[in-house]
Write a protein that binds this ligand. Sequence first.
Ligand code: PMP
Length: 365
Amino acid sequence: MERYESVVGRLKETCNHRTIPSDTVGSELVDLSTNDYLGLGSRADLRREFLERVGVDGLPPFTSSASRLLASSQRYYDELEALLADAYGSSALLFNSGYHANTGAISSLADERTLIVADKLVHASIIDGMRLSGASMERFRHNDVNHLERILSRKAGSFDRVLIVTESVFSMDGDKAPLDDIVQVKSRYGQALLYVDEAHAFGVEGPHGLGLCASMPEVDFIVGTLGKAGASVGAFIVCSPLCRDYLLNRARSFIFSTAIPPLNCAWSVFIIEKILAMDDGRARLRRLGQQLARITGASSGHIQPLVTGSAESAVALSSRLLEHGFKVLPIRTPTVPPGTERLRFSLSLDVTEADLERLSAIDLT
Ligand code: PMP
C-alpha cells in the first residue's frame, strides 16, 4: 500500500494526477475533447431510427456470452465483417476494441525473429503489443522516413521479417504519416510488412471515410476502430484472407475474450452505412478544421494540439477554457512525451462555426 500511496502522491505533486471527469452530457459546454468526430454518437435521432428499424422483437442479443470462437449467435459479426470486407475489397476480422486489436495482432504477428520498427509516437496499445511479442523493437523519429530507412538498412538483414508500424492520423498531434514514402521504403525490403492504425482516420479521411490506406494494397494490415468516429465499440483489422485466418487462430485477445454483443455489431453496420455516405459532413469538418487552425496555429485537421510544455500550464489553460464554456482536456505524460504536455483540440460535427468564433476571442497564451 505504501508504494501505491507514494505513486499517487507523486502524481498529485507533479500535476499528473488523473481523475474521471464529470458527466457533461446535456450541459451547455462545447466539447472539444471528443473522438466522436462526425457527431454520430450524440444523435438521438439515429438511435431512434436504428431501434425502429430492428424493432422490439428483432433486437439482437445484448450479450455474446462467449468468445467469438464459441459464440452461438454469429450472424451480426458476419454481417459487419462482410460490410467491411466489401468496402475495403479485402477480408476483415473484428476485435473487441482497438486496444485488443493492436495488442493481439502485433503480439501474434511478431516473434523473436521479427524486427518491429515503429514511429516514435504510436499509441500505447501498439507499444504493449510490441512488448508482448518478444520481438526486437526500434523506433523511428516521428514521421521521419529517412530514419526508418537507416534503421532498416542497418538491421533488417538480421531478421526473418520486419513489421513497420505507424498511425495514419496521429492521435495526439493530428498530423498524417507520409504513407507513400513509407510504402516506397517498405518495397525495398522483401520481408517487410506494413501495419497502419487508422483509429483517428476511419470515418473522417479517405474515400467514403474509409481512411488513408483504403486504396493502398501495399498496406498489409489496416486497423480501424469503431469507438471514435464510428460512434460504436470495437475495432477491425483489414488484411488478406490468410492473415485473417492466422489472426483468428493466434491473436490471444481475439481468442480469450468474450466478444462484444451482437447488438453493438448491428448498430455498427447501421452507422457505417451512414458514414460511407457522409462526404458533405467530412467537407464541413475540414472547413471547421481550417477555422480552428487559425486559433491554435496547428495544421488544419480534426485534431489539433496546442503544446503548453508542462502539466501545470496545460491544466491551467484547460480550467480557463472550461470557465468560458469549452471542454478541452489537458493531455499529459505518459500519453505524450514530457515537455510536450498540451491541450488536444478535437472537432466534431456538433461544433458550430459560431462556437469557434467565440473560442477565437479567448486569449490562449
Ligand atoms: N489506436 C489508437 C491510435 C488510439 O488512439 C486508440 C484509442 N485511444 C486505440 C488504438 C484504442 O482503441 P479503443 O479505444 O477502441 O481500444
